[in-house]
Design a binder for this molecule. Structure first.
Ligand code: HEC
Length: 232
């Protein structure tokens, strides 16, 4: 009876077979591909489910995976040479002053004068306008900030400001200097930004009326434009 006993895995493998415990190269590739397809189906399914349940409202906060993925994609999108480039402009008074005016004109409407992002636009956009004084922005390299300003960020509210000219590049580098200054803006800087923020003619008239009212003319009311009052 001895001869009938089977001893698994002890015999010689067939010639050309992978041997015990091994999978052929093609088999391994197919298995990996099947895993990738399965993972893609699960992730895709979860995304579809989440959109169907929660909608695409800009009121929500971006989830952690969304933020991480978007951040990684953004980093990849900036060429390495640019990522490591230092700001070629000297942060002279003139450069910073020009950047402050530019920021007040084009950026503060979303990013707020103090860089906090605390504006009606900033709070309503998805993804949110970040607080640029915080480490997440300040830890970006000069080149990354430059690239974001020049080229914008696709699928977000951040516009591309570059026109491909040396002048626009110079302006973007000067804005990089200004962003570095956001965490330490002085009250004087904030007043200058406030003064330089663009306003509609109606808002300007109302501000002027309020200023005159505060200067002591008791008959003046901010609700009545000064031009009409003079005819009374
Ligand atoms: C219409 C609104 C809007 C305007 C105007 C705007 N931005 Fe942005 N900006 C955004 C949004 C939204 C983001 C966030 C994008 C994201 O989450 O990837 C952003 C992101 C950025 C970032 C990246 C910060 C970070 O930590 O990710 C920089 C730098 C920046 N903006 C600079 C500027 C400058 C400089 C200007 C003016 C020249 C400007 N932005 C004008 C909406 C705006």
């Amino acid at each position: 009876m001895k001869g009938y006993r089977r001893r698994p895995n002890k015999g010689m493998p067939f010639r050309g077979s992978p041997g015990p415990g091994k999978v052929s190269g093609a088999g391994a590739i197919i298995r990996t591909l099947l895993w990738l397809v399965a993972i893609a189906c699960v992730v895709g399914g979860a995304l579809v489910y989440s959109v169907a349940r929660r909608g695409l409202s800009a009121h929500d906060e971006p989830s952690w995976p969304e933020r991480t993925l978007a951040g990684a994609m953004r980093r990849l999108a900036v060429p390495r040479a640019l990522r490591t480039q230092q700001n070629p402009l000297e942060p002279t008074e003139a450069v910073l002053e020009e950047a402050l005016a530019h920021y007040a004109d084009d950026c503060a409407v979303c990013h707020a004068n103090d860089g906090s992002g605390n504006t009606a636009m900033g709070r309503g956009l998805y993804p949110r306008v970040p607080d640029m004084r915080a480490a997440a922005t300040q830890s970006l390299s000069d080149g990354e900030l430059f690239s974001i300003i020049e080229h914008g960020i696709r699928l977000t509210g951040m516009p591309a400001w570059g026109t491909g000219t040396p002048e626009s590049e110079r302006q973007s580098w000067s804005l990089v200097h200004f962003i570095r200054r956001l965490p330490t803006l002085s009250p004087g800087d904030l007043t200058r930004l406030e003064e330089l923020s663009p306003r509609t003619p109606a808002e300007l008239r109302e501000r002027e009326a309020i200023r005159r009212f505060l200067e002591g003319d008791p008959g003046d009311s901010p609700a009545v434009p000064p031009s009409q009052r003079q005819e009374d």
